[in-house]
Design a protein around this ligand. Sequence first.
Ligand SMILES: *Cc1c(COP(=O)(O)O)cnc(C)c1O
Length: 497
Amino acid sequence: MSSAMSLPNPASAQPTGRLLFDMSVPGRRAALLPPCDVLPSPLPPAALLREELTLPEVSEVEVVRYFTHLSTLNYSVETGMYPLGSCTMKYNPKRQEDIARLPGFSWAHPLAPAETVQGALQVLYELQGYLGEITGMAGVSLAPMAGAHGELAGILMVRAYHQSRADLGRRKVLVPDSAHGTNPATAAMAGYEVVAIPSDQRGNCDLEHLRAALGPDVAALMLTQPNTLGLFDTHILEIAAELHRHGALLYGDGANMNALLGRAKPGDMGFDVIHLNLHKTFSTPHGGGGPGAGPVCVKPHLADFLPTPVVALAGEGASAYRFSAPSQTIGRMGGFHGNFGVLLRAYAYIRTLGPEGLREVTDNAVLNANYVRAQLTDLYAIKYDRTCMHEVVLAGTRQKAQGANTLAIAKRLIDYGFHPPTIYFPLIVEEALMIEPTETESRQTLDAFVAALRAIAREAEEDPELLRTAPHFTPVGRLDEATAARRPYLRWKQPQG
Ligand SMILES: *Cc1c(COP(=O)(O)O)cnc(C)c1O
């Protein structure tokens, strides 16, 4: 046993560490109400009233401390580095929050006549232009409200495109085996048969397999560039040419755009359609199912199919900006006009950084990932040993052989104060540790993160049990995640007896 494990957890000595219900003392109150000096309104019918409603009886300071304590149990990008690969958990500057909260924007009503919200429409119009410029695409719709939602919009556009050409035999969508799970799910939701394409020795999409799978029944390939291994697919131009030669389209999953800003445009690589995750690349706090935005950007031959609304500029004057519907639109992706607050943050972020700033984001994101990679590959295995882009996929195979698998490494990292990286994804890397440091971490923080992972590698050698039983310093240790999800304990019950 390590000495660190016997340290007391100071939080547990405080009553705040207990459930609010368990702190209840009969008669204790959190409010002092003055005597009622208006006519009381009648209570609802007796049948609707509960005699016994066990609410905790606690004082005001107990309530305040209880919830303040709970808030400190959260881990966020504002409490520490969040290297969750594929998620791009960068720090989001507060300026975007100020701008999203400007009353002229936050109070705008989605049904307001266009002539009364020209400023808001101008922001959307200009954002469409910026995203088109950044991705090298001709048309943009900001309507989809998540990455996966953008994927669905994109694949529905692919389907509409083939249908418009009376090319009705295309039943298959190809998806590399390194893809995010939303890719095959999207293709299946749009009614396609999903065909997996293996990765080659270097982590690229395997060209031989791709060629063998192509034919008149293929609608599209969904490719992530750089892929979820954090690797730039160096065959991209050949891949695009092969697809187009067979009349199929190249769909881009743009969740990894943080690796390309100002350096390379998916449009130049041959992609026909790409979605972006504004909440990843363009700075909106995300995680926990919060609001997102997944705009779709397309080449001219798909522009007529974009989901509505698209903001158009017609002439000058009080109603120059207006919502428009492309001629063969796939329709709406949801109510109203997309997640306006997220779109505003992206607009503010792009305007704040400008072209040089955006390029610096990517340069530093890629530099940071390679810095981490270079300092860990003597202790952690790496399946595809190449210069990476914005994230690096290591493997805990050596540590697993010593008795502490990747899950144990991730749990132990919590004891060192770091959020774990993504683990066991991508699926093609055994014991995967997928680390995305992002550009917003300092050299010092990266060094501390590397030091923690190096210390953990030593511990795996000397005392794997310490890892297998981690975390040791959290209010709860190893959770039964399957039961927690299937039988959630959502309601306090009076203890028996
Ligand atoms: C995050 C992610 C998605 C899905 O995006 P959501 O906004 O979570 O729906 C798709 N592909 C990749 C590679 C991702 O990282």
